[in-house]
Design a protein around this ligand. Structure first.
Ligand SMILES: CC(=O)SCCNC(=O)CCNC(=O)[C@H](O)C(C)(C)COP(=O)(O)OP(=O)(O)OC[C@H]1O[C@@H](n2cnc3c(N)ncnc32)[C@H](O)[C@@H]1OP(=O)(O)O
Ligand SMILES: O=C(O)CCC(=O)C(=O)O
Length: 381
């Protein structure tokens, strides 16, 4: 367990989440998602990208007009036109993004490290003078020279930025590397540090936790892990893992995670896989005979998380891997009397049903198997 101040979640479903190829939220959906995140206790929401134009700005203004408790952030490139657009949106916090790897600095912007440091200093001061609270996004931080990155963070701090966001833009880091980079930044600066992890190697949540261990105060997330390519660190995973593994609170209501997930799945047109951690439909469903037998004796035998924490419950189903306990239990629950030899006959039918249909038998199926099993002639001794 870590003894620390609450970790602040900066949810970017409405910005990086919407950057998922093919996803576009209507204004009504943006408002509904913002409301749901706020009601769940998400303290920061990255609302959109003002420089995209009037429609995007209108959407951001509409979210701002909701009067939510959450702090709302506009994502900007580190450019004057982006800042001017943000000034049109009624928000007081901007995230100014600048690439910090040599590759992106030179290939995208045609500049070098010295220019970047000067540009950060100038841009932060300008944005502060415009009355914004300034957060800095270090795009491609994971491929930046580690020594240069510390200079970047110190330049942000000296110029008056409140936060530096380390973006593993390409999702190429592992938790050990992330921990080291955050520990080094933490030792070099007092400002807030945020991790923005992508999931290209399936490590976004693990990397976010490693960043927290290394000193991150803030974590970027998206609902259901929506986002560029393989997506971002999923809100639901980060919130539950921080709580379970480190005892760190985020102030987010775990009971709300399921409904927020459904809302975003629908609005994005990206269904949640049934086995998706925390919010997947099947993550508390058990078929295997040994597991069901254990769960019925003591839930802790095969319970990673208490589903009640998420407003859910275990579901025990019959299938190819069931054992006799499962069949006896299912029959009992359905009010069907059966003895052990009868249950063996039901089990044979359950297995054959699973092989043939690749589905979980319904209550009607079970009643039919039961009827066949109890009316089957008893084999002569
Ligand atoms: C890692 C991330 O997620 S970064 C966020 C990415 N999100 C998006 O791109 C979604 C929204 N983007 C858009 O709507 C458009 O790309 C806009 C409005 C930002 C820019 O549109 P356009 O002016 O048509 O530029 P275009 O998309 O062709 O190219 C991007 C420009 O941004 C510049 N740029 C990229 N990152 C930065 C940065 N951090 N700071 C300054 N300039 C940047 C590029 O060099 C390029 O500049 P150029 O037009 O002078 O060549
Ligand atoms: O620079 C930032 O603010 C982060 C941008 C981003 O989404 C990323 O790098 O993946």
């Amino acid at each position: 367990m870590l003894t620390r101040a609450p970790i602040v979640i900066n949810d970017t479903t409405l910005r990086d989440g919407e950057q998922t190829a093919g996803v576009a939220f209507r204004q009504s959906e943006k408002l509904a998602i913002a409301r749901a995140l706020d009601a769940a206790g998400v303290p920061e929401i990255e609302v959109g990208i003002p420089v995209m134009g009037e429609d995007e700005q209108a959407g951001i203004r509409a979210v701002a007009a909701l009067g939510l408790k959450a702090r709302l952030i506009a994502w900007c490139r580190m450019r004057e036109d982006d800042l001017a657009a943000a000034a049109n949106c009624g928000l007081s916090i901007v995230n100014l993004s600048i690439p910090v790897s040599d590759l992106q600095l030179s290939a995208k912007l045609g500049h070098d490290r010295a220019w970047a440091l000067e540009h950060i200093d100038r841009s932060v001061r300008r944005a502060c003078a415009m009355g914004f609270e300034v957060l800095i996004g270090g795009e491609d931080s994971s491929r930046a020279d580690p020594g240069f990155l510390l200079q970047v963070v110190q330049t942000c701090e000296a110029a008056g930025a409140r936060r530096f966001r380390f973006a593993d833009t390409m999702g190429i880091m592992d938790p050990f590397g992330v921990y080291e980079r955050f520990a080094a930044m933490r030792a070099a600066t007092e400002i807030e540090l945020e991790i923005h992890a992508h999931d290209d190697l399936g490590l976004a949540t693990a990397n976010s936790l490693a960043a927290v261990r290394g000193g991150a105060t803030h974590v970027s997330t998206t609902v259901n892990g929506l986002g560029e390519r393989a997506g971002n660190a999923p809100l639901e995973e980060v919130v539950v893992a921080l709580d379970h593994l480190y005892g760190l609170t985020t102030g987010i209501d775990k009971l709300a995670l399921g409904s927020v997930s459904k809302l975003v799945a629908e609005a994005s047109g990206r269904p949640v896989p049934v086995n998706k951690s925390i919010v997947g439909d099947a993550v508390f469903t058990h078929e295997s005979g040994i597991h069901v037998n254990g769960l019925l004796r003591d839930r802790r035998t095969y319970q990673a998380l208490d589903p009640h924490e998420l407003g859910r419950d275990h579901r025990l189903v019959l299938g190819k891997h069931s054992g006799l306990t499962s069949v006896l239990h299912a029959c009992h629950e359905a009010g069907l009397e059966i003895d052990t030899p009868g249950a063996r006959r039901v089990l044979a039918q359950v297995r054959s049903h699973a092989d043939r249909t690749k589905t979980i038998p319904t209550l009607d199926d079970l009643k039919r198997f039961h009827h066949d099993a109890v009316s089957a002639p008893v084999a002569p001794i």
